[in-house]
Design a protein. Structure first.
Length: 255
């Protein structure tokens, strides 16, 4: 959790620091970090939900990436089977990380090149009020922004890869660009994917519509929850600051 504070600028904290020290109080971010499950991620997903939505299915063993073997339970009917007891904590950890980033005003980018699920990913990002990139990725969008945009552009604070490969079965170029630019990434890695360069890999099925729908629903819910909590806490702090300033003015007038 300490790494989150060191990496991301706390917009709310900066807002509070414009006021005199006597108006400051413990910022909500501190309270959020004191609670291991501040956003109650454990209540949103369990092993049965993953199993019911076919998250445990992988690809044929001949397509297996050597670095994904540690997340597998075994093989059944010539199909790799993921160990959901390893998938579940990694999924919860990724959801919790995304929630804390959004709670601090971070920007989220959804990425996918799967033609079947492209509309779903774009709609999920739109409902969250975030961004998506589901078309051809021009190399250097992150690493060479000056050439592509020719103006000051903000990079995303976290990138969520619903699919870690492009249409040709190769690793998505944006994964290595995120690593180069030190942008945290969250990614669903199937049994044919390389989880090495993804900050928070989530081993699981990325082909089944049920599984992809589950991922998008979980990310959508946690992002909207984090934004709701952020808005509520900002309003509480603003009201507290205004009430204290009004009381101070009244005391000065009386004196």
């Amino acid at each position: 959790m300490n790494s989150i504070i060191s990496v991301y600028r706390l917009d709310l904290q900066c807002f509070i620091y414009f006021f005199p020290s006597e108006y400051r109080r413990d910022i909500p971010e501190d309270k959020a970090l004191e609670t291991p499950d501040f956003f109650k991620v454990k209540e949103k997903v369990d092993l049965y939900t993953l199993f019911k939505n076919r998250v445990h299915y992988g690809h044929h063993p001949g397509c297996r990436h050597p670095f994904i073997s540690r997340y597998l339970y075994g093989v059944r009917h010539d199909t790799d089977i993921f160990d959901l007891e390893k998938t579940l904590p990694r999924l919860r950890h990724a959801l919790n990380f995304v929630a804390h980033v959004v709670y601090r005003g971070g920007m989220v980018l959804f990425v996918s090149r799967n033609a079947q699920h492209m509309p779903l990913v774009e709609q999920t990002a739109q409902r969250c009020g975030e961004y998506s990139h589901c078309r051809f990725w021009r190399g250097g969008l992150f690493t060479n922004m000056d050439f592509h945009f020719r103006e000051l552009t903000r990079l995303p604070d976290v990138v969520i890869f619903i699919h870690a490969q492009n249409n040709f079965g190769k690793e998505h170029v944006a994964i290595t660009e995120c690593a180069d630019m030190m942008i945290p990434s969250v990614g669903i890695v199937d049994s044919n994917c390389n989880p090495t360069f993804i900050t928070y890999p989530i081993p699981g099925n990325d082909d089944s519509p049920d599984a992809v729908n589950l991922y998008c629903k979980l990310f959508e819910d946690i992002i909207l929850l984090a934004k709701e909590n952020r808005k509520r806490d900002i309003e509480e702090i603003s009201e507290d600051i205004l009430s204290r300033s009004e009381k101070e003015k009244e005391c000065q007038n009386q004196n």
